[in-house]
Design a protein around this ligand. Structure first.
Ligand SMILES: C[S@@+](CC[C@H](N)C(=O)[O-])C[C@H]1O[C@@H](n2cnc3c(N)ncnc32)[C@H](O)[C@@H]1O
Length: 313
């Protein structure tokens, strides 16, 4: 893994109070304790990145093993970026914040990213990361012959800035991101997309998977995460983020609808080659007649949007 830094110039969750963010983080961590085991998780990531390579090959007719991929928003644990090295010739990944790979990184996180990010990272590291990385690398090595995590180039910077792209060292054939675009201010997202479009290699593609606001998981409440929808026993708060005027969540969300995303992609000049809700009509069992009536100004395209894969050219 090579790590490069550039100037930090925006935030994905501005305006949410520190205490609220820490409370939300604790809920997320509790949720992660109940996640599938480390091996299953590693296989999930492996299959996800294999799917990204398959999309690239299907769409372009070229081998992923000859292509350069960029992941935007790798998050504190860059598993997808590492996994992508098993399929692509060259992997670059960028995030506003530095990853936390080992205990010593926490000092840097506290110093560079402040108290909030430091506490979040410390909790995550202590509870999971130290144990899970070895399993992750083992599973990926065994299941992906070309896996070479050390080859992933991690860049700290804003993917909307041309100066950040200057560090990538060549044209990018495919841009990929998961759970990122819904966290970026609309105006910043437009700048980011414009930058991507102008810097993508000729014939390049974008595969992005935001959790769209109008779907049942769109409010990012832990109880309505896609993994938890079927396990709920009470649907009172389903689509609560659209229905309850007092609904708040402790992470920044731009609240773009699925149509807003489509319009934005088109405005920037992308052709939309795919628009696919990953979990189908997830949450349909919680769509009572009463709730449907209250949500009458949204159609099924929006309400069953969940995590949507947009494929752009
Ligand atoms: C909700 S996290 C998702 C992380 C990871 N993709 C995952 O699914 O676990 C969103 C990430 O996007 C990053 N991000 C937001 N805006 C960005 C930008 N303009 N450039 C690079 N990274 C950005 C944030 O720093 C954050 O780590």
């Amino acid at each position: 893994m090579k790590l490069q830094a550039s100037t930090r110039s925006n935030s994905s969750s501005g305006g949410v109070p520190l205490f609220e963010k820490l409370k939300y983080t604790w809920q997320l961590l509790k949720f992660r304790i109940s996640e599938p085991g480390a091996m299953d998780f590693a296989m999930q990531i492996r299959n996800e990145v294999a799917g990204v390579a398959a999309i690239y090959e299907r769409e372009t007719g070229k081998p992923a093993s000859q292509a350069r991929v960029l992941e935007i928003g790798f998050g504190p644990r860059p598993q997808r970026a590492f996994g992508l090295t098993g399929f692509f010739k060259d992997v670059t990944a960028v995030d506003l914040d530095a990853p936390v790979m080992r205990l010593s990184d926490l000092v840097r996180v506290f110093r560079k990213n402040g108290l909030e990010r430091g506490i979040k990272s410390l909790a995550r590291y202590a509870l999971f990361d130290a144990r899970q990385w070895s399993t992750f690398h083992k599973v990926l090595t065994e299941s992906t012959p070309h896996y070479r995590p050390d080859a992933a180039k991690l860049v700290v910077g804003n993917a909307g800035d041309h100066a950040t792209w200057d560090q990538f060292g060549g044209a990018i054939d495919i841009v990929f991101s998961t759970d990122v675009f819904e966290h970026i201010l609309p105006a910043e997202l437009e700048v980011l997309l414009t930058t991507i479009r102008s810097r993508l290699a000729p014939g390049g593609i974008v595969v992005t998977r935001p959790v769209v606001y109008t779907g049942i998981s769109g409010g990012h409440a832990v109880s309505w995460y896609p993994q938890n929808v079927d396990a709920q026993t009470d649907g009172t708060t389903a689509w609560g983020h659209l229905l309850d005027p007092d609904f708040t969540i402790n992470t920044y969300l731009n609240k773009l609808t699925r149509r807003d995303f489509v319009e934005l992609f088109k405005r920037v000049g992308f052709e939309i080659r795919g628009d696919f809700a990953e979990f189908g009509r997830m949450g349909e069992q919680w769509m009572t007649e009463e709730r449907r009536a209250a949500l009458a100004h949204y159609d099924d395209y929006e309400l069953f949007s969940n995590r949507v894969e947009f494929l752009l050219r």
